[in-house]
Ligand binder design. Structure first.
Ligand SMILES: Nc1nc(=O)c2c([nH]1)NC[C@@H]1CN(c3ccc(C(=O)N[C@@H](CCC(=O)O)C(=O)O)cc3)C=[N+]21
Length: 306
């Protein structure tokens, strides 16, 4: 049976499967309520601009889910789809227009961008108070500083922490190991856990003996993008395991020709962990929900200030 259903899959499994879809649905109801309130008090709804460059299949799928999720909670979504060969200046122009548009409270440029475009230059052009992805250096920098509150925290790390908190997993004082050091997941996840008073270690591709470091973790965040590479033997008994990976592996029995697996060998890890997220149905839906949440927060700030 699918682990995503929370069904016990082997005699060895003891972990509680964290249902990211159910937790997302709960939060989306809360967000829909907040959108309704904004509409009643200000006569305006939050707006999210989603910019897609090119025709990568996975990006199109993700962008479609983001736009649909907006609709679900009453956020207005603005779409710009640009050709693969768009030049950097034209893309910057689109960002500038959304920066200036008072109906738009969040701007997301779907990554990865084509190779000829300087990704950093585009992301840095997004106004920090519309940076709902939390990718701007000013937002990541604030997350790294004590006593500062970033305007936005990146959606995937925020989703991971929300899953832990809503599942009753204590973070303060615990030993957390983040696997992977990307700008969009690993690094902000480590900073956010540290802000929540965890003792954080980051392991990465150059780390010697990552397994023995992960084995000390009370909380494991796997975000290195390597299918099923965190093994059961790495997981300390009773650890909480959050799997950020969404790796396609060929599967002829599936309609789209592949299925998604995480960065964690799920069944092995579930035999040791106290809590574990499935893939799909774990972190993925939360990433989108946190994007909605950041957009609603942004709109509240903008509308209450005006
Ligand atoms: N500017 C930008 N911001 C992002 O946040 C961003 C991005 N670019 N580029 C790509 C990555 C990836 N990402 C995911 C979002 C949702 C799921 C998700 O909902 N996954 C479902 C499964 C979806 C399926 O079945 O295909 C799940 O895990 O249950 C996965 C991955 C956001 N990203």
């Amino acid at each position: 049976m699918a682990a995503a259903d929370g069904v016990v899959t082997s005699a060895a499994q003891q972990a509680k499967v964290i249902d990211g879809k159910a937790i997302s649905a709960e939060i989306r109801l809360e967000l829909a309520e907040q959108v309704k309130q904004l509409q009643q008090t200000c006569g305006k709804v939050p707006g999210l601009a989603v910019v897609l460059v090119g025709t990568r299949g996975d990006s199109e799928t993700y962008v479609r889910s983001k736009r649909k999720a907006c609709e679900e909670v009453g956020i207005a979504s603005y779409a710009t789809d640009l050709p693969e060969d768009v030049c950097e200046d034209d893309l910057l122009q689109v960002v500038a227009q959304y920066n200036a548009d008072p109906n738009v409270h969040g701007i997301l440029v779907q990554l990865p961008l084509p190779g000829h475009i300087n990704e950093r230059r585009i992301l840095d052009a997004i106004s920090i108070d519309k940076d709902v992805d939390g990718f701007h250096p000013a937002n990541i920098g604030a997350l790294a500083m004590r006593g500062r509150t970033p305007l936005f925290v990146s959606c995937t790390p925020k989703g991971c922490v929300e899953l832990l908190e809503r599942s009753g997993v204590q973070i303060s004082g615990k030993r957390a190991v983040v696997i992977g050091r990307s700008n969009i997941v690993g690094t902000p996840a480590a900073l956010l856990l540290q802000q929540r008073d965890a003792t954080v270690t980051v392991v990465h591709s150059r780390t010697r003996d990552a397994a023995s470091i992960v084995a000390e973790a009370d909380i494991v965040i796997a975000a290195m993008g390597k299918p099923e590479s965190v093994r059961g033997s790495w997981i300390k008994a009773g650890a909480a395991v959050i799997d950020v990976g969404t790796n396609p592996v060929p599967d002829a029995t599936k309609k789209r020709g592949y299925r998604l697996v995480g960065d964690v060998a799920f069944h092995e890890a579930a035999a040791h962990a106290s809590h574990i997220t499935p893939v799909p149905g774990g972190v993925g839906p939360m990433t989108i929900t946190m994007l909605l949440s950041n957009t609603v927060d942004s709109a509240k700030r903008a509308l209450h200030a005006s």
